[in-house]
Design a protein. Structure first.
Ligand code: MN
Ligand code: MN
Length: 347
């Protein structure tokens, strides 16, 4: 599975030939950073970052460990998208960009992959032709990860996937404080009569009693709505709104304070639609809106979550066909890195 190390005496071509000819070479252990019982990233001082298997941040697969604290899981599904599709290719695209993530996170002064066993659980096998079946597969997949002892760090996929994740999280934690980063409310009722879409997950979640309606927040809301009534409706589902413009008017520190006050003492789930960022920082997405957050603003807010009880997170709506030069995927993998670091510090 892994070619012989290029640092060996033989040239690269002959190493590959040897690997083909020899079972022993094929099963040679991958040089990883190991801390106690924790299996970490492939050691970039021995294997270059552009080589080897494309797990998230070059972490081990879930079947390579006995237990895990945090699991990255891909949900390649975009049949709930209302405009541009392509987010089904998001998980593998984010993983490819994540090869650049290094062991030490200076912004949080932590080595996340030493503090916790972090693994890549691969992608859920979702039926692109059947949304109801997909919702069930996601709920049971996330339940399985929680039973394994791992907090889920999901890579989407379109925003439809947040609903079944919240169903699984609610079974373990009860009503959840959701911090929802998005240009859009995602509390619409139906599209053409369809109740399960990427524009409706948080309305369904509220109706199903999955949310702690005294503690939820939308952050980064902006752009045109269908009607003024959308905001009136949204207020009934338990979300406070921090607008994109508030980053200028209030500043990051005041926004963080407001956010932490809102979710204090509650189990917190974070759902990040990458369109919360300005199209300059996240062009690769399905429904872009002008006037969004910078990746720097968003990362600062995310890093403050270490003062909350973070139980899981998702990053959704990365659509590679519209992503030039991996701009969106790089932002997404750095957001995941900081969310993982926050969860790892709590282990
Ligand atoms: Mn959105
Ligand atoms: Mn969304």
């Amino acid at each position: 599975m892994w070619p012989a190390s290029p640092s060996g005496g033989a040239g690269h071509a002959s190493s590959l030939l040897e690997a083909k000819a020899s079972t022993r070479k094929m099963t040679k252990p991958i040089p990883r950073i190991i801390t106690g019982d924790t299996l970490g990233q492939v050691d970039a001082s021995q294997v270059p970052r552009f080589a080897g298997a494309p797990t998230f941040a070059r972490l081990p697969r879930i079947d390579e460990v006995k237990s895990a604290d945090i699991a990255i899981v891909g949900m390649p599904f975009d049949a709930g998208a209302s405009f541009r599709s392509g987010a089904r290719f998001g998980p593998s695209h984010i993983r490819e960009a994540s090869r650049l993530l290094r062991p030490y996170n200076p912004a949080q002064d932590a080595y996340p992959f030493e503090l916790a066993q972090v693994v890549d659980a691969g992608d859920l096998n979702l039926n692109t032709y059947d949304i109801l079946e997909t919702l069930e597969t996601i709920e049971s997949g996330v339940t399985e990860l929680l039973n394994f002892g791992a907090k889920p760090m999901t890579l989407g996929g379109d925003h439809t996937i947040a609903l079944p994740i919240l169903r699984a999280m609610h079974k373990k934690y009860g009503p959840i404080a959701v911090i929802h980063f998005d240009a859009h409310l995602d509390t619409w009722d139906t599209y053409y009569g369809a109740p399960y879409t990427h524009g409706t997950p948080f309305r369904r979640a509220a109706e199903e009693g999955l949310l702690d309606q005294t503690s939820c927040l939308h952050v980064g809301i902006r752009g045109p709505l269908y009607s003024k009534q959308d905001l009136t409706d949204d207020a009934t589902f338990g979300f406070q709104i921090i607008r994109s413009e508030d980053f200028d008017d209030l500043g990051t520190e005041a926004i963080i304070a407001k956010m932490l006050k809102r979710v204090a003492g509650k189990p917190v789930y974070v759902s990040i639609d990458v369109d919360v960022m300005d199209p300059a920082f996240a062009p690769g997405t399905g429904t872009p809106e002008a006037g969004g957050l910078t990746s720097r603003e968003l990362l600062r807010v995310i890093r403050a979550l270490d003062k909350t009880n973070l139980i899981g997170a998702d990053i959704v709506e990365v659509s590679p066909p519209y992503d030039h030069a991996q701009i969106t995927a790089l932002a997404a993998c750095h957001l995941a890195y900081d969310l993982i670091t926050t969860m790892a510090k709590a282990v």
